[in-house]
Every structure is written in structure tokens, then in C-alpha cells.
Design a protein around this ligand. Structure first.
Ligand code: GLY
Length: 379
């Protein structure tokens, strides 16, 4: 029996576990595979609220900014508790334009970023190359966003796990959850580990199961349309070519320690398929080469594939559900790593105080429950 059982040991589940345990709750994390299997360790780890700012509702931009502000302390707390690095870096990101059309898009992006309180600076092609000499000589301009940072998701997830375990969280791997229901005043979960089925009890359950939220997990909740969006990401290895995250509207290139360079990412409706494809790799390398021709000589280290947990409005669900005792922190789509710090903070607030702050209301489960009721009434 725990105060809280968390279904899912990705970055969101572990971050919430850490924050709840820090505030005194006994917490058990139930992870069907290894922590971060679905999306978290595949993620490029960009902490870039400026990303796709025009298409992002202001409530989500505010949450992203809130999370970015919390990140330095979040990282210090994790590293302090567990003793492992999260690979946090603060070089900023650099948008690169290739032609007039890109230039107009960067002007537009700058305007929207300024309207939304995101600091950014327009650069000439010459200024871009002064900052990053390996960027293509065809670059005609750029946009520097110094407030964008990054973590190495392959370091963050083990660092979070170590921090959780150091403060008493019970992290159970290889443990699937088949059912969650209310029984005799507590929540009862049916867990499966190594072919053995056993019950587990907790006062509260937090569903942070990523794309598996509605896949093989039976709960009293209505279905709200979780679906996976496949992302392929190519890892190259060799001479270090850039310091900043480099991006345009087709691709992003993320430098990691030790000469690794990530090129991401595809966005595909392929269900639960996790196979890398020739087409995905071709597109990423072609777009990456256009921006940074020097990638031609790098080695292909690996091609990684993740499944982004996504609801149809591309916003996460954060908070209580329609069943007492069941909470949800799911559907972070392309922003799970960035939103982890704010998600952990606000979920702990909501679960421990019962209060929902106004900035979190747009992310309610009820927005989908209301849609379901309208659809039922119409049919
Ligand atoms: N967070 C970037 C992506 O999902 O591709």
C-alpha cells in the first residue's frame, strides 16, 4: 500500500513521483518496461517553448514558460538527491533561414514570440555563420533564442530514477498494470510482473502511462482518444559541428556531449509501429544536410524511434479525472521533457491540496468528458 501509485515510469511519471515523495508521500511507480521506454529517452530534450509558437495555445505557451523557469531548480534537486547529471545545457537555439520564404517566416515567428513574451534576436546570414561556422553558406538569416535550453533525456531519466529511489520511491520495472478500480475506500490495481498477477493498493493513482494510457489498461474512465505519434530521430557521431540547437521548419539538430548530433524528428501516424524506416531517415539526413553540410562525414550511430502520447487538441491532461482517486498527467505530445518540471509541481499541488490553480484549468480531463457527453447526446 502506498499513498500514491503512479502508472508509468517515463519522465512525467518519475518527475511527479519525485515531487510527491519530496513533499512526504509514499510513492510506488509501476513501469511495464524500463523507465523512459516509450518516448522519454528518445526525446531530443529541447527546452524550447518557442517551438511552433504560432500553433500553440497561449495557455500551453504559459505552461511551457513556467516549466522552463522551474528547470534549473528541478535539475539541481534531481542531481542533488540522486547524484547523477541530467545533462542540462543553456547555449540557446538558432533558427536558420535558407531563402526568402524562410526569412518571412522568421520575421513572423519573431513577432509572435515577442507578443508572447519570448526573447529572440534576428541575425543576418553573416552573424549566423559567425556564431556557428559550419552552418551552410546558403543560410541567409537566423533567429537566436538564448532562453532556449536543453537536457540530455538519456541522462535525465536515469537521474530522475536515482533521485526517486534516493528519497524512498519504490520504482518497479517490468510491472504492467491491467486494471485500476476503486475498492473498499482505496484504489486497487491489478499488476502483472513476470507472469504473476497480484493486487496493489494506494490512496491515489496517477496515470502517466504515455501512449499506453488506453491500451491494455482498464479503468472506470471514459476513453478520451490517446494516440501515438511516431517520431524517428537519427544519431550521428563524429566531429563536433555546432554548439547551439540548430533548426528550421523541417528539422532540428541537437548537439550532445562526446560528438553526438541528433537530427529529428519525423511525425508519423503509424500506430504502435516502432521500426525505423528508409524514408524517415532519408528525409532527416536530407534536411539536416541542407542546414549543416558537414554531417556528410559523420557516422550514423543509431536511429531511434519513440511514440509521442497525443490527444486530438495536442494539449496534455493534468489533474483529477471523473473518478475520485484517479489523476492523470498524460498527453504531453512533443513537450514531455520541457513540461516535466511544471507538471510535477502542479500535479503535486493538485493531488496534495485538492486545489486546481486557474492556469491549469485549460488542461482538465473534463474538457474531453464534456465532448463525450455531447457526442452521446447527439447520437
Ligand atoms: N520534442 C520534439 C519532438 O517531439 O520532435
Amino acid at each position: 500500500m502506498s499513498d500514491v501509485a503512479i502508472v508509468g515510469g517515463g519522465v512525467i511519471g518519475l518527475a511527479c513521483a519525485f515531487e510527491l515523495a519530496r513533499r512526504g508521500s509514499s510513492v510506488t511507480v509501476l513501469e511495464r518496461e524500463e523507465p523512459g521506454f516509450g518516448a522519454s529517452t528518445v526525446a531530443a530534450g529541447m527546452l524550447t517553448p518557442s517551438f511552433e509558437v504560432e500553433l500553440t495555445p497561449q495557455s500551453l505557451v504559459e505552461l511551457q514558460l513556467d516549466s522552463l523557469r522551474r528547470y534549473p531548480q528541478f535539475v539541481r534537486d534531481i542531481e542533488g538527491a540522486g547524484g547523477r547529471s541530467c545533462g542540462y545545457r543553456d547555449e540557446g537555439s538558432l533558427w536558420v533561414s535558407r531563402h526568402r520564404d524562410d526569412e518571412l517566416e522568421l520575421d513572423h515567428t519573431l513577432k509572435i514570440q515577442q507578443q508572447r513574451g519570448l526573447p529572440a534576436r534576428r541575425l543576418t546570414g553573416r552573424e549566423v555563420r559567425a556564431l556557428e561556422p559550419y552552418v551552410s553558406p546558403r543560410a541567409v538569416g537566423g533567429l537566436l533564442v538564448e532562453s532556449d535550453h536543453q537536457v540530455d533525456s538519456r541522462k535525465l531519466v536515469p537521474a530522475l530514477r536515482a533521485a526517486c529511489e534516493a528519497i524512498g520511491v519504490d520504482v518497479r520495472t517490468g510491472t504492467g498494470v491491467a486494471t485500476v478500480e476503486r475498492a473498499a475506500g482505496a484504489m486497487e490495481l491489478t499488476c502483472q510482473h513476470g507472469g504473476v498477477t497480484s493486487p496493489f493498493h494506494a490512496d491515489q493513482v496517477l496515470l502517466a502511462a504515455g501512449v499506453w494510457l488506453e491500451e491494455g489498461l482498464v479503468t472506470p474512465l471514459p476513453k478520451i482518444g490517446m494516440r501515438p505519434i511516431k517520431g524517428q530521430i537519427v544519431h550521428l557521431q563524429g566531429q563536433r559541428l555546432v554548439r547551439h540547437v540548430i533548426r528550421n521548419s523541417d528539422v532540428y539538430l541537437v548537439p550532445r556531449d562526446g560528438g553526438r548530433l541528433l537530427i529529428g524528428a519525423t511525425e508519423e501516424e503509424q500506430g504502435f509501429d516502432m521500426n525505423p524506416t528508409a524514408g524517415g531517415t532519408l528525409d532527416l539526413l536530407r534536411f539536416g544536410f541542407e542546414v549543416l553540410p558537414g554531417i556528410y562525414d559523420l557516422d550514423i550511430a543509431e536511429i531511434d524511434v519513440g511514440l509521442r502520447p497525443t490527444f486530438h487538441d495536442h494539449m496534455p491532461v493534468l489533474g483529477a479525472t471523473t473518478t475520485d482517486g484517479i489523476y492523470m498527467a498524460s498527453g504531453h505530445y512533443r513537450g514531455g521533457v520541457l513540461l516535466a518540471a511544471a507538471t510535477a509541481h502542479w500535479m503535486a499541488e493538485i493531488m496534495l491540496t485538492g486545489q486546481v490553480p486557474s492556469e491549469i484549468e485549460p488542461f482538465s480531463f473534463q474538457r474531453f468528458a464534456a465532448e463525450n457527453t455531447q457526442q452521446e447526446a447527439a447520437s
